[in-house]
Design a protein around this ligand. Structure first.
Ligand code: SF4
Length: 332
């Protein structure tokens, strides 16, 4: 192996999966000081990266990036995947942010555990090139597991990394990774990622609706977190109603609701937690009361007076308990 002029420092994107671990250990084996970075938004978190860091002892930087991420998510250059997942532009942004951290903290290059052709859409050659080119750090991005299938990168040409010690993995099979894990003595590792809510169809539908109705008030982090919980009903452009589906969701929604800005149904009978985020209009508030009744233990046709606490005061809505089916078309 070549003698290197100095101990190189590399910063890697970490999903927490086996490929992240193998790529980092491969560099570490060459005497390179590796650190990971993982990003958090309401759509994905760094939990698995933290597990991988605890398992390997590789230091991890965690950054919350919701605001920056939302700017990209509203208009990704390459559009969305099957749902609201903008994978190529998401990776591009992550490498861009990692590159800025590398600049600030003196890392020599960036790396990731991506394997050429492993995911047909996001890890084919043109997607890898798109990400590298548009991240602003094209020459500094190394993919150690597939390096020998790709053109030599700057860290290799500069002698910071020994290309001979890198690999030529490609394709969807995981056999090579499993064999390498065995060789490196890695028996435990976090289960494959898959925790990105943007790839979920229902979540994507609710997110799309939220973005389409932002109006003057951009979606807040809380609005995004709410998309994970409860049934969501779009009533009109100003109003959405959220109703808990079970005890746990009721408790989560109760903790997220804010009487200073939301209209919250006060239960008139045993029933779900129902509220209108960001107040809503009178029509929406009345519909929230009716949705509460429909999903409560009240019988269809029963007379009820449902009170809704709005930021401006109480609104009492007298109603006859409707059928849940009446709201089916409002469901997101
Ligand atoms: S699955 Fe989610 S986190 Fe992963 S690249 Fe796509 S959008 Fe980004």
């Amino acid at each position: 192996m070549t003698d290197f002029p100095k101990k190189a420092r590399a910063l890697g994107l970490c999903s927490g999966g086996l490929d992240s671990i193998l790529s980092a250990l491969l560099l570490k084996k060459q005497g390179i000081a590796v650190t990971w970075v993982a990003f958090e938004t309401p759509f994905f978190n760094a939990d698995k990266a933290k597990q991988a860091s605890a398992l390997t002892g590789i230091p991890l930087i965690v950054r919350e990036i919701t605001d920056t991420y939302m700017e990209m998510l509203k208009n990704p250059r390459m559009g969305y995947g099957k749902n609201m997942n903008p994978c190529p532009d998401c990776h591009t942004l992550m490498f861009n942010l990692a590159g800025k951290i590398a600049d600030e903290q003196g890392f020599d290059f960036l790396f990731s555990g991506e394997v050429l052709g492993q995911r047909p859409m996001s890890q084919n050659l043109s997607a890898l090139n798109y990400v590298a080119k548009n991240s602003g750090y094209r020459d500094k991005i190394l993919r150690p597991l597939s390096a020998k299938k790709l053109a030599p990168t700057q860290p290799e040409l500069q002698g910071l990394v020994d290309r001979e010690g890198l690999l030529d993995f490609s394709g969807r099979s995981r056999k090579s990774q499993m064999a390498l894990a065995k060789e490196m003595g890695i028996e435990q590792y976090p289960t494959p990622a898959g925790g990105c809510l943007l790839t979920d169809e229902g979540f994507g539908r609710r997110l799309k609706d939220l973005l389409a109705h932002e109006g003057q008030n951009p979606a807040t982090r809380r609005d995004l977190v709410l998309l994970q919980h409860g049934r969501h009903f779009r009533i009109n452009s100003a109003t959405k109603v959220i109703a808990g589906r079970n005890k746990a969701e009721n408790a989560t929604l109760a903790a997220l609701a804010d009487p200073a800005i939301d209209s919250i149904v006060r239960p008139a009978a045993p029933g779900p937690m129902v509220f209108v985020p960001n107040k809503g209009d009178l029509d929406g508030i009345q519909t929230a009361a009716a949705i509460f009744a429909a999903y409560s233990k009240a019988a269809i046709g029963q007379s009820l007076a449902v009170t809704v606490l709005t930021p401006q005061g109480e609104v009492v809505v007298p109603l006859t308990c409707p059928d849940r089916e009446d709201f089916h078309n409002f469901l997101l």
